[in-house]
Design a protein around this ligand. Structure first.
Ligand code: NDP
Length: 303
């Protein structure tokens, strides 16, 4: 069997196009522009790049963005006071605090301060708590897990009644992904670093969501024939020449790197029914869902 490749880039673009249409409609109706405020504490280049790409996406979709940057030695009080200020600002529809924050900042306290109506990342304890309770609806669902479920739905994968295995139990991907699958009536097993005989557990999965950050760890032989595989992992590895030596970029003179997932794509695509590639699978969905959540925040605050 050769799996159907789930094209996350195309699906994310469709989500973005739909958001842009709704933003334009709001603007034509004289409603306030949906606006995302980002909070970056410190100078991690990856975090700075993520924040910049979120601002760029807002501009492309006709939304506003406000970028707040505090120094790496910012105090808890400074970060909290910034979040309070953004909560109170009527121009701000959604607040995204870029994680991780420097070690002196208590992340949980900061996230719990974000107003539930502006929590477009879906990480405040209130939104996560609602996600974890039967019959309660969170206002916002964390963007990457939301993207995973959306990809499954768009590919036509039946979630209800399926045996789903989630690899990883982090607050930002694995655990909310598992909660979302349960809310859609899958039977869910969550695996982590202490799980015994991972291949045997994975072989039961009609749906596999892999979010562990371990280069191509899941082998094709572990996958149930016909399963839907969503690979969240982003791992950077060196590109090798045919003789096994590292390939060097002509442009930079540095070793070339490429991104791969947590699943061995070449092997898995021969067994699975559906699979997301890395890059071009879950990655583009995260910002698309953030844009969707920001529009929703504006709709809640100014219907
Ligand atoms: P974390 O490091 O926070 O969590 C990793 C999880 O994997 C933990 O629950 C850990 O178990 C588990 N784990 C680690 N090793 C193994 C193993 N050998 N077998 C089984 N489970 C294992 O990672 P994140 O959730 O933040 O991210 C996971 C991956 O997803 C990363 O590659 C990251 O880059 C990517 N990612 C991609 C995004 C996107 O937009 N596409 C967004 C966010 C993340 P334990 O709890 O026991 O330690």
């Amino acid at each position: 069997m050769t799996a159907q490749i789930i094209d996350g880039k195309a699906i994310a673009q469709k989500v973005r196009d739909e958001v842009a249409v709704q933003v334009a409609k709001r603007s034509a109706a004289g409603k306030p522009q949906p606006t995302l405020a980002t909070v970056l504490v410190g100078d991690r280049p990856d975090s700075a790049a993520y924040v910049a790409s979120k601002g760029k996406a807002c501009a492309e979709l006709g939304m506003g963005s406000i970028s707040q940057h505090l120094p790496a030695d910012a105090s808890q009080e400074q970060v909290e006071s910034l979040v309070r200020q953004l909560n109170a600002d009527p121009k701000v529809s959604g607040i995204l605090v870029q994680l991780p924050m420097p070690h002196q900042i208590n992340e949980e306290r900061v996230l719990s301060l974000i107003s539930i109506e502006k929590d477009v990342d879906g990480f405040s304890p209130l939104n996560i708590g609602r996600l974890a309770q039967k019959g309660r609806e969170p206002l916002f669902v964390p963007c990457t897990p939301y993207g995973c479920i959306y990809l499954l739905e768009q590919a036509g994968v039946k979630i209800e009644g399926a045996n789903a295995v989630v690899l990883g139990r982090s607050n930002i991907v694995g655990m909310p992904a598992a909660l979302l699958l349960i809310s859609r009536n899958a039977t869910v097993t969550v695996c982590h670093s202490r799980t015994r005989d991972l291949p045997a557990v994975i072989r039961q999965a009609d749906i596999l969501i892999a979010a562990i950050g371990k280069t191509e760890m899941v082998r094709g032989g572990w996958i149930k024939p016909g399963a839907a595989v969503i690979d969240v992992g982003i791992n950077s590895i060196p590109v090798l020449n045919p003789d096994g030596t590292p390939a060097i970029s002509e442009k930079t003179g540095k070793p070339r790197q490429k991104l791969v997932g947590d699943v061995n794509f070449e092997e898995a695509k021969e067994v699975a029914g559906f699979i997301t590639p890395v890059p071009g699978g879950v990655g583009p969905m995260t910002i698309a869902m953030l844009m969707r959540n920001t529009l929703r925040a504006a709709e809640i605050q100014n219907p």
